[in-house]
Structures are given as C-alpha cells and as structure tokens.
Design a binder for this molecule. Structure first.
Ligand code: ADP
Ligand code: ZN
Length: 607
C-alpha cells in the first residue's frame, strides 16, 4: 500500500467514526434523554386531576403556563402526572380547601451555554479521546500484520538529562577528548565557523568495547559545551509495531531541535543501524526506523546546532549509509584503558569514596589488566561495600585487591564445603598452575593462590600479575601461557593419576590461544604468515570465521592439537621434576587456603 492510499484510508476511517459519534449525540439529546425524563410523568385528564384533588390524594401541585403537574401518593409511593392548563378560577380555592401545597413555577431561562457544553461539547471531547486511543491501537495492530496504516503518535517526551558530567570525570581517553574538542568549540561559538563557511560535523560515532565510557564521554561533551543532553538507546526504537520506531525518531528530533544547540546521544546504534539487505530475514521495523533517522539527519541544517553522538561496539555491522559524509562521518575510538588509563580511572572513582592509608594505585591497576573503565568503577564500589561490611569507614588497598577478585571471579562462596579429598585435588591443581609459571623464565609472577570457592563456579584460582603492561606477546610467551594453563590438569595427572572436571575453563582458554596462534598470529611452522581467519567483531571477541578450505581446516586442528599436546607434556615434565616442591606448596595451601605469591615462593624454595 502506498502512502496516498494509506492516508486516504485513514481519513475515511476517522470521518466515519466522527459521523457516528455525532449521530449518537444527536439521538441522545433529542430522543433518548427526553423520553427517559418523560416516562416518569404520566398524562392525565383535567377531570382526573379534579377528582383526585377532591379525594384528597394530591400532595403537591405545580402550575405552569401551559400545564399543571401534580404528585399523588398511593400505597406509600409517589406518582407524577400532568395535564393541560385550564382557565379555572376555582382551582385555587379548591386547593386551599383541601390543603394541598401548590405553587406557580417561574420558568427559568435555560442556561444555553451550560446546556450546550454538557450535552454536546463534553461528549464530543470524550469520544474524540476514545477515538484517538482506538485508532492508535488499531494502527499498531494493523501495522504488525504488515499493512501499516498510518502511525499513532509516540507520546514519549524526551527530556534533557540533568546529570552533568565534564571531561574531569572521564579519565584517560585523551585522543577521544581531543577529537571531540572541536565539537565543543563549535557549540560554544558557532560564529567562528560560520564566518569561514565551515560546517560542523552532524554525527560522531563513538566506537569501542562495552564499558569504555562512551556514554560518559557523550555526557561530558554536552557538559563541557553546556548544552542539553538527550539520550536514547537504539533498542528503544525497535518496537513490535512497524512505524512506531520511526515516529519516535521524528519525536526525538522534533524535541531536540527545539532545544538546539544540544547533543543527542544514541546508544547501541547498531541495533537500528545494521546493514540492510544482508540477511534473508529483513526487519521492516528496523529498516523504517533507520530510514527515518537518515532522513532526519539529512533534513536538518548542520548549523542548527543539533549534534548527534552515537555509540557502538560493532562498527563492522553498521549500514554504510549511516557512515556517509553528512551523517556519522567522524569516528572516535574509545579503547580499553592501559595501565596508565586504569590508574587514572581508579583515581577518578576513588575521589568519590573515603580512603585510608596509602592506596597502591599501581599495584591495584596492574592486577586489573584488560578490565574496562566500567569494571574499574565497579571494583571501587565493591571495595567501598566491603569496607562497610567489615565495619570500617574508609577504603584501603586491601579492599580494592579483594574486590578485584570479586569482580573477576565472583563472591567468595562461604557455604560450599569441599571434602578433604576435593580440597587436596583443587590445591594441587592450583599449585600446578603456579609451579609451572614459577619454573618458567619470563612468565608473570604469581601474586596469589586461593582455594576458596567463588560464586562464579571456580573452586580456586591462581592470579598472575604482569610487572609491566605488555602490548606484544612473543611466541614463547604464548606457549608458556598455554603450559601454565595445562599445569592444573598436569598436576592432577602426576599426583592422583586421575583427572577431574576442574580444568574445563583452562582447556577452553588454552585451546582459544593455541587456535589464535595458528590462525591469527601466524605462529605455526606449517602455515607461517598465512591468514586463516577473519574476525568480524573486533570489540566483542568471538564471531571469527575461517577463511580457508575444509582440508586446511583439518590441518589447523592438527596444528592446534600439537601445540596443546606439547604444552601439556612439558607441564607434566616440570611438575614431575619438581614433585617435592609441589607437595610442600600444596600442603601449605591446604592449610592456609589463601597464600600470597611471596609465601608460595618461600614454600618452594629448597633449603
Ligand atoms: P559504555 O557506554 O562505553 O558502555 P559507560 O559510559 O556506560 O560505557 O561506562 C560505564 C561506567 O564506567 C561509567 O559510568 C563510569 O563510571 C565508568 N567509566 C568508564 N570509562 C571511564 C573513564 N574513562 N573514566 C572514568 N570512568 C569511566
Ligand atoms: Zn585451572
């Protein structure tokens, strides 16, 4: 159905609805209501009236210009009658005689205004409201079946966000800040740009993994420029009913342009901005919403002062139409923070909580390698909660360290009781990891080993902390990592000669790294520099597809298997050769349940 047809049907439908409403109100006022009132008053003859007066039945008489109404009480019930007015001078005397109450009504001029309001305007308003409701629901329903007749107006009001942030609140991310400075400068003095004839970018795409502060950054841009900030998530646009999302986009831009200059932030833009035509299951609603967004972006003048920031962690799936000049033609990358970045984020968030003693920012941040800004923020909060739990009023370095484990491995699970045998197995497993790491040169030092079960399901873990931030991994590093991961299972084999399910996570990690070595990093002898895999989703991990024949795939599997087998072999060798060290450390761990790296090194040192 095309647009004209749609509008026509809609108009016809509306017109017939209102016609019916008018007809109904007319009938109501002219026939139904008078009839209802009439029925209560019965007609009678003047003779009846006189007889009733004589008989003393009449209680009350009301004389009007053209009729007489009277009330009779019979068997305790009241009946109302009326009759025509007669020129009967005797009647007054008769009524007086029988002691009947009577009066002459002075006809009141009806209040025309009030009458019209009550009997016409009010019903019309009520029915209009009902009609609107009805139509908007109908639109939804018909739309969902694919016909899409018009669209009800989305009633959502978008309010500027009150929560003000500035660049002070965003730690690190210097490159991103720098590229956004221009926009702030533009919003602060647009004249400067207009004079030259420069156009400010309309749309900026913030690209980066989850939790890197994209929302925070967008808010800070609005805060720095001191303009209103509108925020909406892409998923909010995608609704059940076709056409509603597009209406929401229209609303949002309508309201934003009233507040211009301002910033509109669309989170998770990939939910509406996915490439069209790429899949068989096209999503009508999403497509319409995206088209509306593109239309709106093209529609407003770039100098109007509405700047759209959008965030995504999947830039690869975005529709190219979104990225064309005049739309989201600027990209700002928000990366996971490095050591320095994490230290700064830690400082920003620790400013908000009370601390005690010297906080070892460097140590804490080294332990959180790979964590996002949101995770670091979460760690600080967990630390504060822990301080409260233990009845203290300030956060210490210890709280932070313990909360890192909470965030990474889950809460300590106090009521899981391992049997002594299981505890022994877990202890040897963890010591296996730690000992393999300790015997290697260049492996990150062990910081902590624990066999206290966590809510994440881990029965224990070994924490290694790199002394410095590392950006490159050598082939040797990778192999050693796999060996350390194999250490847990190897210890079970060497000591108990039986294997457990406790190594599942190790196996997964080891296999992933070994596969990446072959397919991604060109670290296998067989394939060398050949790329065997493309990653379609760089920020969320996973989703990589193999780009080779099925025969080659078989060879890849063989290579991966070989790497893991070799690593397992050498882990077993290390542990067999150092059996006495392993026994000593395991005994110590079983006794203490949690030991530091230093205690571990002491335990394995030969006298
Ligand atoms: P995203 O939108 O990228 O998923 P958010 O902006 O929602 O991430 O970040 C979540 C939280 O993480 C923020 O509210 C903030 O507390 C914290 N955070 C993330 N990055 C930073 C940073 N660079 N500086 C300070 N806090 C940060
Ligand atoms: Zn393990």
């Amino acid at each position: 159905m095309n647009k004209d047809d749609k509008n026509k049907t809609k108009m016809e439908r509306t017109a017939s609805y209102y016609l019916l409403v008018f007809l109904f109100i007319f009938l109501l006022n002219w026939f139904i209501i008078p009839k209802m009132l009439q029925n209560q008053v019965q007609l009678s003859t003047y003779k009846d009236f006189l007889e009733n007066v004589e008989a003393g039945n009449v209680k009350f008489v009301e004389i009007q210009d053209e009729e007489i109404r009277y009330q009779i009480e019979k068997d305790g019930r009241n009946y109302f009658y009326k009759t025509g007015f007669m020129d009967d001078p005797e009647i007054i005397n008769k009524l007086m005689e029988k002691n009947v109450e009577f009066t002459k009504i002075i006809p009141e001029k009806p209040n025309l205004f009030l009458g019209i309001i009550l009997s016409y305007i009010l019903p019309i308003i009520i029915f209009t409201m009902i009609g609107r409701r009805l139509f908007s629901r109908m639109d939804g329903r018909i739309g969902a079946s694919g016909l899409n007749i018009g669209s009800g107006k989305a009633a959502k009001i978008y309010e500027p966000d009150k929560d003000k942030k500035t660049f002070e609140d965003v730690a690190g991310q210097e490159e991103a800040k720098e590229s956004l400075m221009e926009i702030i400068d533009y919003l602060n003095n647009p004249k400067k740009y207009e004079e030259i004839g420069a156009q400010c970018p309309k749309g900026v795409l913030l690209v980066g993994p989850p939790g890197t502060g994209k929302t925070l950054m967008a808010k800070a841009v609005a805060g720095e420029a001191e303009v209103p900030f509108f925020s909406i998530s892409g998923s909010e646009f995608v609704e059940m009913f076709v056409g509603r999302g597009a209406a929401k986009v229209r609303d949002l831009f309508d309201q934003a342009s009233k507040h211009a200059p301002c910033i509109v932030f669309i989170d998770e833009i990939d939910t509406i901005g996915k490439k069209r035509d790429s899949s068989f299951t096209s999503n009508d609603e999403r497509e319409q919403t995206l088209n509306q967004l593109l239309t709106e972006m093209d529609g407003f003048e770039s100098n109007k002062g509405v700047i759209i920031l959008a965030a995504t962690n999947r830039p690869d799936v975005l529709d190219p139409a979104l990225l064309r000049p005049g739309r989201f033609d600027r990209h700002v990358n928000m990366e996971l923070p490095d050591l320095k970045g994490r230290i700064e984020i830690l400082k920003v968030h620790l400013r908000k909580v009370k601390t005690e003693g010297e906080i070892d920012y460097n140590f804490v941040s080294r332990m959180t390698a790979g964590a996002s800004g949101a995770q670091v923020a979460n760690i600080v909060n967990e630390a504060a909660l822990r301080a409260v739990r233990t009845g203290r009023s300030a956060v210490t370095t210890d709280d932070l360290v313990e909360s890192i484990e909470t965030v990474i491995a889950g809460q300590q699970k106090k009521n899981t009781v391992l049997s002594p045998k299981e505890k022994e197995v877990v202890a040897y497993h963890e010591i296996g990891h730690a000992l393999v790491a300790a015997m290697q040169t260049g492996s990150a030092p062990v910081e902590k080993i624990t066999i206290i079960p966590r809510t994440s399901g881990a029965l224990g873990y070994t924490m290694q902390v790199e002394p410095d931030e590392k950006f490159l991994m050598t082939k040797t590093d990778a192999i050693q990592k796999i060996e350390v991961l194999c250490g847990g299972r190897a210890a079970e084999e060497v000591v108990f000669d039986c294997i457990t399910t406790g190594a599942a996570n190790d196996i997964e990690k080891a296999t992933k790294l070994a596969r990446e070595m072959v397919t991604k990093y060109g670290m296998s002898d067989k394939f060398g520099m050949m790329s065997l895999e493309t990653s379609s989703n760089q920020y969320l991990g996973g989703d990589s597809s193999v780009t080779c024949s099925s025969e080659t795939r078989k060879l890849i599997d063989e290579e991966v298997l070989k790497i893991i087998k070799d690593a397992q072999e050498s882990a077993r060798n290390i542990l067999t050769e150092n059996r006495d060290k392993m026994d000593r450390a395991a005994r110590f761990l079983i006794e203490k349940e949690t030991i530091t790296g230093k205690e571990f090194m002491e335990a394995i040192r030969d006298e």
